[in-house]
Design a protein around this ligand. Structure first.
Ligand SMILES: [Zn+2]
Ligand SMILES: [Zn+2]
Length: 399
């Protein structure tokens, strides 16, 4: 009996040690890489017609609604984390705009949008310049129409989250959050969350990266809608820096700075930003509106040189384009990285072809909605090579 109990103890201890070792190696393999020197990647294209690209942290809450930090705190975190622009989206208020917060703050552009509560879920309203709401008799279609008519962009927030988006019939809605930093960890298992909790104080970078997985359901919703019309996808944070505990108590976690370094949307614009916030808001939102952007898990590695293009004869089209199918078109993906990656090309949401390497060329086999995903290949001693989602492109449509 004593012998049995002793063996059981040894078995439990060994299992625990193995779990710790596996977790440690896993978090180590999830740690950040720095981007390669762009000069070392002459194949990296900057996009058709020159253009420029800017990385943004989108969907942020401040103390104007249920966020934990002031706009000043958010700007400071943004300056430390290093994106080119931030998009504040407090719940049902445009007061930060009225109070004069939109603009450049030491080179960092802060745009003020709004997260509108509607009968179908939460909707990001960007670039409208005023508060919109679903109070009128015309209901939700009128909200989306108002955003569109004001030259704004409407994006379904956390479409598969705890408060999912439920109405996909609204033709004028521009896009959806394919990734939402606040929803991502919720689908992880108990053991995965326990492991994250144990390693968080020691290896926070690896832990945050480890919690983000491919958003299968959001991609499925995107592709379903994209069969009918162009749809923009963005990567969002839903950053609050606030977890409610009890009563008035809350935890200032995860920090804005952490979130701004975790998920970014890179926007490829036709022209360079001017330094005038009003003009630059239009430039950035126009590019997002037409889908000229891509989602990056910045926590793994920045991706300033990624490109996904279609060449047909002398013409080159980039993400967001909708063109008529012709024979002889070629799709070209480049994903410079300082480590090994796998590029996978999808047609109508179904994997078409993939390669281990930083570049993929393929002849277009026919009409379809094409998008690409890039995975970082990360190995551990106990688990071998794992594919971790790094980039989701917007689509190129061939009709
Ligand atoms: Zn929301
Ligand atoms: Zn939100």
């Amino acid at each position: 009996m004593l012998y049995l109990r002793k063996s059981l103890k040894i078995l439990v201890a060994a299992g625990f040690l193995l779990w710790i070792a596996d977790g440690y190696l896993l978090m180590l393999s999830e740690s950040p890489r720095s981007a390669p020197d762009p000069a070392a990647n002459p194949t990296a294209s900057i996009g058709p017609g020159g253009g420029a690209r800017y990385s943004g942290a989108i969907h942020i809450h401040s103390t104007y609604s249920d966020g934990g930090g002031s706009v000043e705190d958010i700007i400071r975190a943004g300056q430390n984390a290093g994106p080119d622009f931030l998009v504040l989206t407090d719940h049902d208020t445009m007061q930060p705009l009225i109070d004069g917060h939109q603009g450049y703050h030491d080179g960092l552009l802060l745009l003020v949008g709004e997260e509108v509560n509607t009968s179908a879920g939460h909707l990001l309203s960007l670039g409208v310049g005023r508060d919109v709401s679903q109070d009128g008799p015309l209901g939700l279609p009128a909200v989306v129409e108002e955003i569109s008519e004001s030259g704004g962009v409407s994006i379904a927030a956390h479409p598969t989250g705890r408060r999912p988006w439920t109405d996909w019939t609204l033709e004028e809605m521009d896009g959806l959050e394919v990734l939402n930093g606040n929803s991502e960890w919720r689908d992880d298992g108990v053991l995965e969350l326990l492991r994250a909790f144990v390693f968080l104080p020691f290896m926070p970078d690896g832990v945050f990266n480890s919690l983000i997985d491919r958003p299968d359901e959001a991609i499925r919703l995107w592709m379903h809608r994209a069969q009918r019309q162009p749809v923009t996808v963005i990567g969002s944070l839903d950053a609050h820096e606030r977890i409610k505990l009890w009563g008035e108590r809350h935890l200032s976690f995860p920090t804005y700075e952490r979130m701004f370094g975790l998920i970014r949307t890179y926007v490829i614009t036709g022209t360079e930003l001017t330094g005038d916030a009003g003009v630059d808001e239009v430039i950035l939102l126009n590019a997002i509106h037409r889908g000229s952007c891509y989602v990056v898990l910045e926590g793994y590695e920045p991706a300033p040189s990624f490109s996904f293009e279609l060449s047909m004869g002398p013409e080159t089209e980039s993400m967001g384009a909708s063109v008529e199918y012709q024979d002889g078109g070629r799709l070209h993906v480049t994903a410079p990285s300082s480590g090994p990656v796998r590029i996978r090309l999808y047609r109508d949401g179904v994997p078409l072809i993939e390669t281990r390497g930083h570049e993929l060329f393929v002849e277009v086999p026919g009409p379809g909605v094409y998008h690409t995903e890039v995975y970082q290949l990360r190995s551990t001693l106990l688990r071998g090579e794992r594919q971790r989602l790094w980039i989701i492109s917007n689509a190129i449509r061939l009709e």
